[in-house]
Design a protein around this ligand. Sequence first.
Ligand SMILES: [Zn+2]
Ligand SMILES: [Zn+2]
Length: 360
Amino acid sequence: MRAAAVFPTERRLAVVEDFPEPKIARPTDVKLRILSVGVCGTDREIASFVYGTPPEGYDYLVLGHEALGEVVETGSEAAGLFAPGDLGIPMVRIPCSDPNCAACRADRQDHCETLQYREHGIMRLHGFMTEYVVVDAKFLAPVPRALGRDAVLVEPMTIAEKAFIQVDHIAARLPWKSQRRAVVVGAGPVGLLGAMALRLRGYEVVVYSLERAPNPASGIVEAVGGRYVSSQDESTEQFAAKEGPFDLVYEAAGAPTAAFEVLKSMGPNGIFVLTGVPGRHGNVEFDTHGIMLNMVLKNQCLLGTVNAGRDAFDLAVADLMKIQSQWPGVLDRIVTGRHKLENFAEPVLRPTGIKNVVDL
Ligand SMILES: [Zn+2]
Ligand SMILES: [Zn+2]
């Protein structure tokens, strides 16, 4: 069968035509026919050979970690959980094998302590940009058919859900509702989905991003009742003075300079969430004294978060369903490009629009 692959040593991308079709090997296995795979910046970095590790014995890595699949076959034990025709989202990260890793042994590999985890399409495991995959039922989140093709957004939505589960834990340190005003930095898919999740939770949301409005992303932000400000119209200082202070900052741009500038505009008891993986840039100077002073005197919290647990997958599905009914059609506006497998290099290397998807 066909698979979209990256050959890191040869530094090339190609469709492998004879990728072996996987078979059910264990009673807990589920075989999926892949319907769609979302493309993101991680794929682009892998395709630029910045990182990405093929599984042992392979000179290539099959790309793709944001997949929507349809169950075609199950092992005997998985049969109680999934039936042919069901839709599911395979989880990206698989636990490490260290018996002493408390996180992985508790099925919370998103908090793996050894960092020896494997990730589909990223680290030592083939990805989902192929026709069929076999995964353990434990690492497959069910999706109702009603969510339709928007379900390809579940994996990027889990980033927001995991973040807000943690924000709720931190906010619980105060006996009143302390989280009201949020800024989302970055208007890519993770930022937009985060903004929607925050609107569902009743936050006042302003999205701060590079491109001038009106643009497709600013239209989406306004459609869900948020506001959009371009950094070309307001410098971070102007923006912070006008819009701040914020109770929550959700950083989804991977832009260290903007992130730490916005950090200054966080209010008392504020929570700052970092989700964007920064590219390699030169060092930037910061007023570390001011940042530290502010954080201490205002009881602020800085939180980094990556990947997601099963609870976040279930919440992502539930919230996407809510978004579909509250703001019909808005999720469709995030997916701006649909591509065929043979053309996968195009959206991976030269993405346009907001979110690109490869349909199998
Ligand atoms: Zn991704
Ligand atoms: Zn682990």
